[in-house]
Each structure stands twice: as structure tokens, then as C-alpha cells.
Design a protein around this ligand. Structure first.
Ligand SMILES: Cc1cc2nc3c(=O)[nH]c(=O)nc-3n(C[C@H](O)[C@H](O)[C@H](O)COP(=O)(O)O)c2cc1C
Ligand code: SF4
Length: 653
């Protein structure tokens, strides 16, 4: 009996058979495709690595189908190269029994200030109105999509996915009555608003024959209150409702689409399109299940679907046909292979942070990952055995120490980890304490399991001195000693029984009452506030700066979701406010106007940051070993910076 029989089962999309039901979601990477949508060397390696990792089907990121109307570059301008690289890549993907669909895009419309069905406020710049497409331009776009699909077929790809009735991109804006005010055959009734979808399907059938499979990416609910406004609890919907989505899916089936790749959200409600960990796992599942009841083509379910047990059950119960996982495929290219092999405990969990992937893409142009430093370097950074075995001593069993140990051990070194407490995990433990951060706890489980699986010598309750380290005979000493919360001694009453550090609160080392003041409105403080608010406590955030989460390090979708949550739940936020004292009543705070007020509180939780633990590096100089200092102990950061430091150092040992 297979451990995950339903996820491991074959599935057919149109006439194409796919070896299992775990598909990688379409994701632009920045490094994977070049400016016109062709695959770079790094891109080929990235996709082939996911094929090797066991995924049945890979979707490419959105690739311009039309490059005439919007005047952009696209695959149709580079036919010979696209075919050459595509065929070579498909040969390698197919060797693993993996298929790939190219996601062909009608382009992003108002999200990029491009033409739309009707004049619309540009996303993020509502003062600028987009231009409406003429009927002739719409027809050109449709024809180009057909021609692009033929090129995709000739390059050896197994099908196309149409981008997309989601995220408020061009096709979505045709379908949404909020965004389509046309009075011709492309506006008005739902059928008219979907006419482009029908014509694209027909154009592809004409160019590629009826058997070349075509799926549609569709958000089953927009979660929009209006332009540039998300509906936090989904109760106000100005975009697509599930009821309308079901009607759309039925029509898409009647137009000949071979499958529906479902998700949610628009860029106006970006935290439902790119859901951070605060959005529950499987939040699209019930909606996809409703669609499945209404159609007979395969229904693929995406967005926060990276829980294999939930997925297996959903397919077993006939709720959906397959899962489309995005970020989990970035975090662990072997996700699908590990599930088919029945080893879910070996999956390196995506922590839903958005830090390296989508936020990396937005801020640097390249996708990375907080837990997988190899992304984008699949060929050249692959961990290989070292020529010579070294004795490696690692001080600290937090995420940086464990990642360094994992990689050093894979390199074949003799690795010992010394951890002064009685458990591995360091700051992953408080960080994974919220119910909405369960994936961080699972990441810790993954690392603990890796330490055992790889036979890393882990010594708990083992505080190392510089002397002991010098005597250890190590060739390399990696200091991964981490950080501790800052507790400003200068504040009156900082030792008051009401004062609790964020870490102690999360670890429940001290009981926390109903009325809570959280000092520090960074991401950690705001997540603590979110957790307590959801539990029904009265929360006030006190932040010294003029805004909360006021740094570019906080992914925009995480921030906007927390801000909307605070508004929804009535969480009080005081900015430009300074904690002066903790006393028997609560927190004495100086407000932005210079006045002081006392906030009634059962507890005052300090979350104003972390500081590195004192370094031993100086004392180790001259002891004969190479010394490395990584993670928070070097510079306070986050999971991403810890993992990157550790990977870089350990892969070169
Ligand atoms: C870096 C990045 C780029 C993305 N690009 C696309 C895209 O080109 N087309 C698309 O349909 N979805 C895109 N998505 C959305 C994903 O396909 C997926 O719906 C989203 O990540 C949520 O699913 P997950 O929880 O499995 O990650 C992108 C997501 C990420 C993280
Ligand atoms: S950066 Fe975070 S959310 Fe993105 S794939 Fe990696 S772990 Fe997942």
C-alpha cells in the first residue's frame, strides 16, 4: 500500500497523463526566464531540479503570449531559441516522468498600467487611468495567444495554462463586472465578459489541434472591497464571488478547457493571492470542492495547499483532483518525491513568510527562499562531498547551527553540535509557538529529524567555553550562538512582574492576562499582537516610530494583512509613542504630543528587538581552527539570513 495513494495516483488532463497529483504552481522567478520569457541556464536547472524532486507537472511562470498590442517582448519574437531550449529542457524533464505546461499570459492589464477592457485606475496609482483595448486589439491578442501556444507545443511542452482569471490581471479584468464596463460583445453579460476566454481556447485548438491541453488559472473569490482594498474576512465582495466563479467554471468547461487551476485573490487583496502563514492552510479547498461538484474536468486546488495529509484526504474524499503547490516547491524541490516515498517528515517546510520568494522578487528582482539557499543556483551550489573530511564543531543548535550541521554533514565532515539548552531550535521555538506559525515549528521538526537522519553528533545541555573549543581539535568552528530579546534596563519598572519578554510570552513561561500592551511594532511584536487579538484579548501596540512594521524587510502582503486585521479586530495602535514605565496599573506611555498616559494592562510585553549574544570569536584566535560566525550571533536577522549564512559557510568547508 502506498503511503499517499491518492496524491501518488496518475491523473489525466485532457489527453495528457501525469504521474501524480502534486503539481508545481506557476511562479515567475526573475532568474528563470529572461526578458522575453525564454529559459535561462539557471531557469532550466531550477525546473529540472523540481522534476528530479518528483513533481508530476510543472507550470512555468506567466509568459507573454501577446507581444504585439502591449509592445512588449515575448516568446514569439524568439521562436528558434525558445524551441531549442524548450526541447532540450523537456527531454531532461521527461527523463523523470515529469511534464510541463507553459503559462501563457494575456498580460497584467491595470496591474502594470497596460491596456484593459475599460479605462481603470492603475493598481497602486489610482490617479492614472488605463486605456481601453479596441476590438481589433483584443482580436490580435487572441490570435497571438493561439500562435504562442503552437510555439509552446513545438518546443515539446505538454500543454498551456492560461494566465489568468486571477490577481486582477487583464483576463480577470475582462471577467470582473467591477472592471469591465464595455458595451460591445466583450462586456455586459457573463458570457460576453468571458468571450476572450472562449476565443483563446478556440484559437489554441485551431493552431495546436483539439487535443493539446489547456487549463485556466482562476481565483474562486477576489476578496476585494474595491480598488486597492482587500476584504479582510471576505464578507464584502466587489470582485468575484464563489457563486459567480462556479458559473464561470461551468462555462470554461463548455468552451473546451481541460482543467481548472484554482486559487484566490487579486493584487488589490494581495494577501489572499500570496497568502502569508496567517491565512489558514487549505483556505481555498472548500471553494474548489464546490467547483468540483459543478464540472467534470479536473479541478486543481492551489494556495496554502502544502499539507500532504490534508491534500491526500481531500483527493480521497473527491473534493479536488490534484494540488498545485507554489512556495513549498521553492522551499523543497523534493517535496513530491518525499511524499510519494512516504517520508513527509523529511520535507523542508515552507514557513509562509514570503520573505525570500515573492518579496525577494519584488525587492531584488530574484526569487530566493528563507529555508532553501540553493534556489536559483541549483546546478552550481548543489551540496557535494568534500575532498577531505574535516572535524567541524558548531556552537548553537538554532536554525543557523542546524543548517550548518546539515550541510557540513552532507559534505561528509565529522560534525558535532553543542547546544547549551536541552532542546534544539533556538529562536525557532518561540517563533513557531503561535497557531498560525505552525510551519515554523514544523521546520524545527524537520531540522531535528535531519540531525538524527544524518547522524549528526548533537550534545544538549552543553555550554562550550573558548578553552574547550580550542581543545576540541576542530578544523573549523562555527559560532551560531544566536540572539536574545532586548530588555531596556533604563526603563523604570522593567523588572516589574507585569513585564514579560516577547519570547517568554510566546513560550508561556509567564502567564499573560486579558489586557496586553505590546511594546514594539515590528513584525514580531505585530505577530504577537495578532495572536492575542485573535484569542479575544484587548491589545494595544506601542511603537516609537511613526508607523508599525516600518521597514522594507516586512513583506507588503504580510504587513497589509496584519494592518487590516488590527482594524478588523479593533486592536489599538499608538505610534510615535514611548514606554516610560511599567507599574501596578500597566504601562506609562509618552504620546506623540508629549503628554503621558497610563494604559491599563495585565502585562506589558517587550518586543523591541534582539541583540547578539557575546561573541567568543576573539578568544578563539590562534587556536588552530578556522572560525566562522553565522546567523543572529553575527548580525541579528531572520530565518532567511541565518540559513543563508549557514549554507554559504558550510557548503564551502
Ligand atoms: C515568486 C512568485 C511568483 C509567482 N508568479 C506567478 C505567476 O507568474 N503566475 C501565477 O499564476 N501565479 C504566480 N504566483 C502565485 C503562485 O502560483 C501561487 O498561487 C501562490 O504562491 C500561492 O500558492 P502557495 O501557497 O502554494 O505558494 C507566484 C508566486 C510566487 C511566490
Ligand atoms: S521565502 Fe518563505 S514563504 Fe517563500 S518559499 Fe521560502 S519559506 Fe516559503
Amino acid at each position: 500500500m502506498k503511503p499517499y495513494p491518492n496524491l501518488s495516483k496518475l491523473i489525466r488532463i485532457g489527453k495528457v497523463t501525469i504521474k501524480n497529483r502534486m503539481f508545481m504552481a506557476p511562479m515567475d522567478t526573475g532568474f528563470g526566464n529572461n526578458a522575453w520569457g525564454g529559459f535561462t541556464k539557471e531557469g532550466v536547472e531550477y525546473f529540472v531540479r523540481r522534476a528530479e524532486g518528483g513533481f508530476g507537472l510543472l507550470f512555468s511562470g506567466g509568459t507573454n503570449g501577446d507581444c504585439v498590442v502591449d509592445g512588449c517582448d515575448g516568446i514569439l519574437n524568439h521562436e528558434a531559441e525558445f524551441i531549442q531550449v524548450g526541447r532540450a529542457m523537456n527531454e531532461r524533464l521527461n527523463a523523470y516522468g515529469c511534464k510541463m505546461f507553459i503559462q501563457l499570459s494575456m498580460n497584467v492589464g491595470r496591474n502594470g498600467g497596460l491596456k484593459t477592457p475599460s479605462p481603470l485606475p492603475t493598481l497602486g496609482n489610482p490617479g492614472v487611468t488605463t486605456e481601453a483595448l479596441t476590438v481589433e486589439e483584443i482580436r490580435t491578442k487572441v490570435e497571438e495567444m493561439g500562435r504562442a501556444a503552437k510555439l509552446v507545443k513545438d518546443a515539446g511542452f505538454a500543454g498551456v495554462d492560461i494566465h489568468a482569471l486571477h490577481w486582477g490581471h487583464l483576463l480577470d479584468s475582462f471577467a470582473l463586472s467591477l472592471m469591465n464596463h464595455r458595451e460591445d460583445e466583450y462586456g455586459g453579460s457573463l458570457e460576453n465578459r468571458l468571450r476572450v476566454c472562449r476565443e483563446i481556447r478556440e484559437a489554441i485548438a485551431k493552431e495546436c489541434g483539439p487535443d493539446f491541453p489547456v487549463t485556466m488559472r482562476i481565483a474562486l473569490k477576489s476578496y476585494m472591497k474595491g480598488f486597492n482594498q482587500a476584504s479582510f474576512d471576505g464578507s464584502e465582495e466587489a470582485g468575484r464571488t464563489l457563486e459567480e466563479a462556479i458559473e464561470i467554471c461551468k462555462l470554461l468547461e463548455s468552451y473546451g478547457y481541460d482543467g481548472l487551476s484554482t486559487d484566490a485573490g487579486t493584487l488589490d487583496a494581495f494577501y489572499y493571492a500570496m497568502p502569508p502563514a496567517y491565512v489558514p492552510m487549505g483556505f481555498t479547498l472548500d471553494m474548489a470542492a464546490q467547483v468540483k461538484k459543478a464540472v467534470s474536468i479536473p479541478v486543481l486546488c492551489g494556495a496554502r495547499m502544502a499539507d500532504p495529509d490534508m491534500d491526500e484526504q481531500a483527493i480521497a474524499d473527491g473534493l479536488i483532483d490534484a494540488v498545485v503547490v507554489g512556495r513549498q516547491a521553492i522551499a523543497d524541490p523534493d517535496f513530491a518525491g518525499k511524499i510519494v516515498a512516504g517520508k513527509p517528515e523529511e520535507v523542508r517546510t515552507c514557513i509562509g513568510c514570503n520573505q525570500g520568494c515573492i518579496w525577494g522578487y519584488f525587492t531584488t528582482g530574484y526569487v530566493g527562499c528563507a529555508v532553501n539557499a540553493e534556489v536559483g543556483h541549483e546546478a552550481d551550489w548543489r551540496v557535494t562531498k568534500a575532498a577531505e573530511t574535516k572535524k567541524v564543531v558548531i556552537v548553537g543548535g538554532g536554525v543557523a547551527g542546524m543548517e550548518a550541521a546539515r550541510v557540513a554533514k552532507l559534505r561528509g565532515h565529522d560534525v558535532t553540535v553543542y547546544e547549551k539548552s536541552d532542546v534544539l531550535g533556538g529562536n525557532l521555538i518561540p517563533a513557531g509557538a503561535h497557531d498560525f506559525k505552525a510551519e515554523v515549528a514544523r521546520l524545527n521538526d524537520y531540522y531535528r529529524n535531519e540531525m538524527k537522519r544524518l547522524n549528526v553528533d548533537v550534545r544538549l545541555n552543553a555550554e562550550m567555553t573558548a578553552e574547550a573549543l580550542c581543545d576540541s581539535g576542530a578544523d573549523a568552528i562555527i559560532l551560531a550562538t544566536g540572539s536574545v530579546p532586548v530588555m531596556p534596563r533604563s526603563i523604570k519598572g522593567i523588572d516589574h512582574p507585569k513585564t514579560v519578554s516577547g519570547v517568554d510570552a510566546l513560550l508561556e513561561r509567564k502567564p499573560v492576562g486579558q489586557k496586553v500592551v505590546i511594546v514594539g511594532g515590528g513584525l514580531v511584536g505585530c505577530e504577537i499582537a495578532f495572536g492575542y487579538t485573535k484569542e479575544g484579548r484587548e491589545v494595544t501596540i506601542v511603537e516609537a516610530l511613526d508607523g508599525i512594521m516600518n521597514t522594507n524587510n516586512v513583506p507588503g502582503m504580510n504587513k497589509s494583512m496584519l494592518l487590516d486585521a488590527f482594524e478588523h479586530y479593533g486592536t489599538k495602535v499608538l505610534t510615535s509613542a514611548h514606554l516610560m514605565e511599567v507599574n501596578d496599573t500597566g504601562a506609562v506611555v509618552m504620546l506623540s504630543d508629549g503628554t503621558q498616559t497610563t494604559l491599563d494592562a495585565d502585562n506589558v510585553i517587550m518586543s523591541i528587538g534582539y541583540r547578539p549574544l557575546p561573541s567568543m570569536a576573539d578568544q578563539l584566535a590562534g587556536c588552530g581552527a578556522r572560525i566562522y560566525e553565522i546567523g543572529d550571533g553575527r548580525q541579528v536577522g531572520n530565518v532567511l539570513t541565518c540559513v543563508r549564512d549557514a549554507f554559504e559557510v558550510a557548503r564551502n568547508l
